[in-house]
Write a protein that binds this ligand. Structure first.
Ligand code: ZN
Ligand code: ZN
Ligand code: ZN
Length: 480
């Protein structure tokens, strides 16, 4: 019979509640705080946990456990309850009582009993559970393939509790004549533990990816997958386009064009600024202390460049400036990965520059070879004879490559030029068309109407038709 002499605090790991002694089970808030399904960057995660913890009220000690005298399984209950015979502090032997897992879960003496027994029999338990795992392999694979959301949905209702799993393993080892019902219960816990571990591993990996993306993009990016256990596809994150050599195109040999710069004291629509020098309208205007686009679609945006006299704070350098956004890369139910506003405190205001769609800049020949995937965006070929260029964000790109299509989008893509308007130096930038609320997905029209040629101009053999799942009442049915 185990005897516990001191109430030394038990090192907490995972979801275990440290330093609290009370008889009745308590709120599972703390547990939920650790065991939610979101993949988040580490800093966001820490903040969330902190907030939860301070909100939990200290529950007064009702009655302290003095000792665990014995243990048994109670097969009479529908789920086979683990029970311990408890000797209460400051109470006579007549008060001893059998208590179930629900009542003992957060009791330190009980936790210590389970940890000690587990450590004492670790090797034997390990071998037994390994057998279980072997047996359950194909079942786990089946669940994973058929319904990856099974565990995720389950843990929303009842989060997996690693301590409960540990207690069941200990009882499985200590007690002879295990009832069939208990074995089934333990099997279920073994499966859940597999998914719990998988989810933790993926969350850690996703957190690292999100941190890296945030650092490069200069905004806060979190990653969230409540659909399955996949991580975002691998690609190299770039914040600047780069030109790919194309032997069949002459453009590589072109002399290097150097854009001229403006000499404004303060750049604006009335100064002799870059747009004016390029015979284009000034793109940006001040509205409610923010800089927004003041152009209609399809007009070229000409921003100031490195040869201009103005500094980085110039109103005409919107896509070159830092911005304050919290975006979430998340797995959608039916359209792969998407991007949404994850800033609880603020909407993304209409006209805000959100992301640059970066990638490899390809010439005609190379682009036609890569038509197999949907990360290609053609650069504007109007108003010049420089040639035809496409941005490919498949292997190298930014968060923008995950922004999904909608036939009724809340964002749109703009071409940003220097005063030379050479398409190979163009940038593709996403701006908000209207205010975008917290948790709302960002979308663009991959084939906007103003850009769609009349039907006799479309070469359908060149386009691959892709079914649209945007869900809008204005859905055209196909993306391309
Ligand atoms: Zn200027
Ligand atoms: Zn300027
Ligand atoms: Zn649609």
């Amino acid at each position: 019979m185990p005897r516990v002499k001191s109430k030394r605090s038990i090192e907490s790991s995972g979801s275990e509640s440290p330093n609290r002694n009370f008889k009745k089970s308590r709120t599972s808030d703390e547990f939920n705080a650790v065991n939610n399904n979101n993949y988040q960057c580490n800093s966001a995660k820490k903040m969330k946990n902190k907030k939860k913890r301070t909100s939990i009220k200290e529950i007064p000690v009702v009655c302290d456990v003095n000792k665990i005298l014995s243990y048994r399984l109670n097969p009479a209950s529908p789920k086979v309850i683990l029970e311990c015979l408890v000797e209460w502090a400051n109470a006579g032997p007549n008060s001893n009582s059998w208590e179930g897992m629900d009542n003992l879960r957060y009791n330190l003496i009980f936790q210590e009993f389970i940890h000690n027994e587990f450590n004492k029999h670790e090797m034997e338990i390990f071998v037994k559970i390994a057998n279980f795992k072997q047996k359950l392999r194909s079942k786990i694979r089946k669940i994973y393939n058929e319904n990856p959301k099974w565990y995720i949905m389950h843990s929303i209702v009842q989060p997996f509790d690693p301590f409960e799993y540990k207690a069941h393993q200990v009882f499985y080892h200590l007690i002879k004549n295990i009832p069939e019902k208990f074995t089934i219960l333990l099997e279920e816990l073994v499966i859940k533990n597999y998914f719990f571990k998988l989810e933790q591993t993926q969350r850690t990996k996703a957190g690292l990816i999100a941190d890296k993306m945030s650092e490069l993009e200069g905004i806060t990016i979190v990653i969230d997958n409540e659909e399955d256990f996949e991580l975002p596809p691998e690609f190299e994150y770039i914040t600047k386009n780069f030109l790919v050599d194309d032997v069949n195109q002459s453009f590589v040999e072109e002399p290097k064009d150097i854009p001229s710069g403006c000499k404004c004291v303060s750049c604006g629509p009335t100064s002799e600024c870059c747009p004016m020098l390029a015979s284009e309208p000034f793109a940006y205007k001040e509205a409610n202390k923010r800089t927004v686009i003041g152009l209609k679609r399809q007009e070229a945006i000409i921003e100031c460049n490195e040869n201009c006299k103005c500094n980085k704070k110039c109103i005409n350098r919107v896509t070159q400036q830092s911005r304050n956004l919290v975006l979430c890369l998340f797995k959608t139910a039916n359209r792969g990965w998407g991007v949404k506003n994850a800033d609880r405190k603020s909407v993304i205001k209409r006209g805000t520059f959100v992301l640059e769609y970066t990638g490899e800049v390809l010439g005609n020949h190379e682009a036609s070879k890569r038509k197999v995937h949907s990360y290609l965006f053609d650069l504007n070929m109007e108003r010049n004879n420089h040639g035809f260029y496409t941005i490919d964000a498949y292997k190298h790109g930014s968060l923008a490559r995950f922004v999904n299509h909608s036939c009724e989008p809340n964002c749109s893509m703009w071409f940003i030029n220097d005063c030379l308007k050479n398409p190979k130096n163009q940038k593709l930038c996403i701006f908000a068309d209207r205010d975008i609320k917290y948790d709302e997905e960002l979308t663009i029209d991959y084939c906007p109407r103003y850009d769609v040629p009349t039907s006799d101009q479309i070469d359908y053999s060149q386009k691959f038709i892709c079914e649209c799942h945007c869900g809008s009442s204005l859905c055209r049915g196909n993306i391309y």
